[in-house]
Design a protein around this ligand. Structure first.
Ligand code: G3H
Ligand code: 13P
Ligand code: ZN
Length: 341
């Protein structure tokens, strides 16, 4: 069943757990997530970036998602836009049927240039008004992640634009959003840290301070792949050339979950798992040319990562906890709690 992200995150807050948001571009990735959700009985957030929407021509992705909700009716499933770069992008996702959108106004529409606070408030608030009128959830971002390798980020190190806790408070009040992504030193992609992160490079203390100021706000951690060594090793063992690198340790994410983190974005770990599995088949069975011979193990490898994360984040076992609230009902609820001026 397709549900809103607000409902899933509200339930997660009640239960004190986090929910993984996994990026998808194709059928195999959607299948991997849904199979993992069924096996672990988890609610799930499936998210598509602008790149994913253009890769799949939107319609393919949307119809694959509809197939997912038909085939896995017992799984509360959110379809979320990741890093919307403008109100127009968010609007087109809402019109397509996404139940949640991210307006990433921390960057200008080019997805690179850090924006002003005023710009961010303006575009985020615009999307909140548009989305809430239809019952759709809105995630915003304050502060900028590091890195640029996947096209989202200012190309700076992860510490240049950390979220300012006082500004975060002001931002939430001024926009009325449902979930807030914060910058605490992470970045997108595989190359986050050159060694295991410490309190100097991954600012969990900052996250804890933000949660103290905003105890009711659902916090979102982007760039939260753990980049496990075993997944790196498989790729390199079968001809890949990854440089040594570190991601976000799962224990740090779990500390985040104890301090208000409800949504955890993971893409890179799944990309690594898929690539490792495909490389393995190519090296070990060079005679194979049926795409299913490598896409099946790739799907299985991704499913394994997602199962693990669902267990580690605590969402496992919670799929049956609640009945879906319709978009119309959500819109009615938003209408009774207007955004403060
Ligand atoms: O935010 C980053 C996600 O990993 C999506 O990346 O824009 O390459 O699809 P993408
Ligand atoms: P990773 O690159 O760490 O998987 O982060 C993904 C993400 O934040 C998507 O928005
Ligand atoms: Zn992100």
């Amino acid at each position: 069943m397709l549900v809103t992200m607000r409902q899933v995150l509200d339930e997660a807050a009640k239960g004190g757990y986090g929910v993984g948001a996994f990026n998808v571009n194709n059928m195999e990735q959607i299948q991997a997530i849904m199979e993992a959700a069924r096996e672990t009985k988890s609610p799930v957030i499936v998210q598509a970036s602008r790149g994913a929407r253009s890769y799949s021509q939107d319609n393919f992705l949307y119809h694959l998602m509809l197939a997912a909700t038909e085939l896995y009716p017992e799984i509360p499933t959110v379809l979320h836009l990741d890093h919307g770069n403008s109100p127009e992008t968010c609007k087109s996702a809402i019109e397509m049927g996404f139940t949640s959108v991210m307006m990433d106004g921390s960057l200008m529409p080019d997805g690179k240039t850090p924006s002003s606070f005023e710009y961010n408030v303006k575009v985020t608030r615009e999307v909140v008004e548009l989305a809430h009128a239809r019952g759709v959830t809105v995630e915003g971002e304050i502060g900028c992640l590091g890195g640029i390798e996947d096209g989202h980020g200012a190309g700076l190190d992860g510490l240049s634009h950390l979220t300012d806790p006082a500004q975060a408070e002001e931002f939430v009040k001024a926009t009325g959003l449902d979930a807030l992504a914060i910058a605490i030193g992470t970045s997108h992609g595989a190359y986050k840290f050159t060694k295991k992160p410490t309190g100097e490079t991954l600012k969990m203390d900052r996250l804890i301070e933000i949660h103290k100021r905003l105890p009711e706000t659902h916090l979102v951690m982007h760039g939260s792949s753990s980049v496990p060594k075993d997944l790196q090793d498989i790729i390199n063992q079968y001809g890949g050339k990854l440089k040594p690198t570190w991601g976000v340790p799962v224990e740090e994410i779990q500390l985040g979950i104890k301090n208000g983190v409800r949504k955890i974005n993971v893409d890179t770990d799944n990309r690594l798992a898929i690539t490792g599995a495909i490389r393995k088949v190519f090296m070990e069975k060079p005679e194979e040319f049926d795409p299913r011979s490598y896409l099946k193990p790739a799907r299985e490898a991704m499913k394994k990562v997602v199962v693990q994360r669902m267990q580690q984040f605590g969402q496992a076992g919670h799929a049956g906890d609640y009945q879906p609230i319709s978009l119309a009902e959500m819109a009615k609820r938003y209408a009774t709690v207007p955004v403060s001026a």
